[in-house]
Design a protein around this ligand. Structure first.
Ligand code: NAD
Ligand code: WQD
Length: 337
């Protein structure tokens, strides 16, 4: 069965390609290499023994998207990761984000709705909840005004898919990720942030390896037990496996609604200081850090209620925070060696 994975050379996409190939799916990756490299194909091959088909296509080019679906008319499902994802950059350059994240989605859906099997999985984000009132966050928590153009593209994306599904044969699952971290345990693939990492875990591993002087902890005056902000850090391999399960749900017509939404997290919140302590344990070294001001736009806490994912989707995160951090550290050591 042919599955299209857009952004399949990126962080979450590449791990998902591995899990799909492990389950025997024939994967076609579309990526424009704007935030990834061709070497990822070799890493995937070293893990699975197989290179996916690769098409270097920019999804902002409508005719290229149309031509792709003329060539691969028998696609059974699409997992759409391709997007720009840097929150700060989206504030600086909103049109880049609206063009990439919205146009690409629209061009894809225009073709997918014509397929015999219009199955579509969308990478959404817990950012749609903003600062939710109640923890843990259920899928019914209200979507709040987006804090950045990036976050807005996820909200608009969800709405576009919902509108299209109402009037076409599109079936879709919206997956709202909490904070994906880690790397494949083989250290053959992992996260490759361009420039200075904005996210906590790559900043920690780059500090530990000596690429960065010290980590800045953004605020210790939050109303949490140790004063630092709380997130739900989920191992990228667990996240990747959820995509395969969601895809199978659509392929087997097990979805109860045309558009279903699931939170993907562990259900456990960890503070920044807890992440640092866990990292120090698995890496057996002390991390240099200092407390600085809060980062603008950060929420106090966000962690998932995973009941719906556990019971309806039939998926549960397996890895601990330590395991995820150990895999991130192994990856950092490998790419710098
Ligand atoms: P990533 O940047 O590693 O992967 C995205 C991939 O898409 C890259 O390989 C990039 O080259 C490709 N791409 C971007 N624009 C493209 C275009 N126009 N045409 C073709 N390819 C294009 O990002 P990721 O962390 O793997 O995230 C994947 C998805 O998950 C994104 O939609 C992101 O918004 C979403 N998401 C990520 C996180 C996170 O923290 N990483 C959290 C929630 C949601
Ligand atoms: C985690 C915690 C920081 C860096 C972002 C996006 C979100 C989603 C995931 C895509 C926070 C603290 C961080 C540092 C720190 N992406 N921190 N020092 O902010 O939860 O979410 O990535 O959808 O949309 O906003 O993740 O990893 O940046 O931060 O103290 O150098 O670590 O303040 O509390 P975040 P993060």
């Amino acid at each position: 069965m042919k599955i299209l994975v857009t952004g399949g050379l990126g962080f979450i996409g590449s791990h998902t390609v591995v899990e799909l190939q492990n389950k025997g799916f024939e994967v076609i990756v579309v990526d424009n290499l704007s935030n990834s490299s061709l070497n990822v194909l070799d890493g995937i091959e070293r893990i699975t023994g197989k290179k996916p088909i690769f098409e270097n296509i920019d999804l902002r080019e409508k005719s290229a998207v149309q031509n792709f679906f003329k060539k691969y008319f028998d696609i059974a499902g699409v997992i759409h990761f391709a997007a720009s994802k840097a929150v700060g950059e989206s504030v600086e350059n909103p049109l880049l984000y609206y063009e990439n994240n919205i146009n690409s989605l629209v061009y894809l859906l225009q073709e997918i709705k014509e397929l015999k099997n219009a199955n579509f999985i969308f990478s959404s984000s817990c950012t749609v909840y903003g600062q939710a009132e109640k923890m843990p966050i259920t899928e019914n928590a209200p979507v709040q005004q987006a804090m950045s153009p990036y976050g807005n593209t996820k909200q608009i994306g969800e709405e576009i898919i919902t509108d299209v599904a109402k009037v076409t044969n599109l079936n879709s699952i919206l997956l709202r990720y909490f904070n994906p971290i880690g790397a494949h345990p083989s250290a053959e693939i992992g996260e490759l942030p361009l420039g200075v990492p904005q996210n906590l875990v790559p900043f920690i591993t780059q500090t530990a390896i000596g690429l960065r002087d010290k980590l800045s902890v953004f605020g210790n005056d939050y109303p949490t037990a140790d004063g630092t902000a709380i997130r739900d850090y989920i191992h990228v391999v667990d996240l990747a496996k959820a995509h395969v399960i969601a895809l199978q749900r659509l392929l087997n017509h097990k979805n109860l609604e045309k558009v279903e939404t699931f939170n993907l997290g562990t259900g456990t919140g960890s503070s920044v200081l807890e992440v640092i302590t866990a990292f120090e344990k698995v890496s057996e070294q002390q991390l240099k850090y200092q407390i600085v001001e809060r980062r603008e736009g950060d929420v106090i806490e966000a962690f998932a209620n995973t009941d719906k994912a556990n019971t309806v989707l039939g998926w549960k995160a397996q890895s601990s925070l330590e395991e995820a951090l150990a895999s991130a550290w192994k990856w950092e050591l490998k790419i710098r060696s």
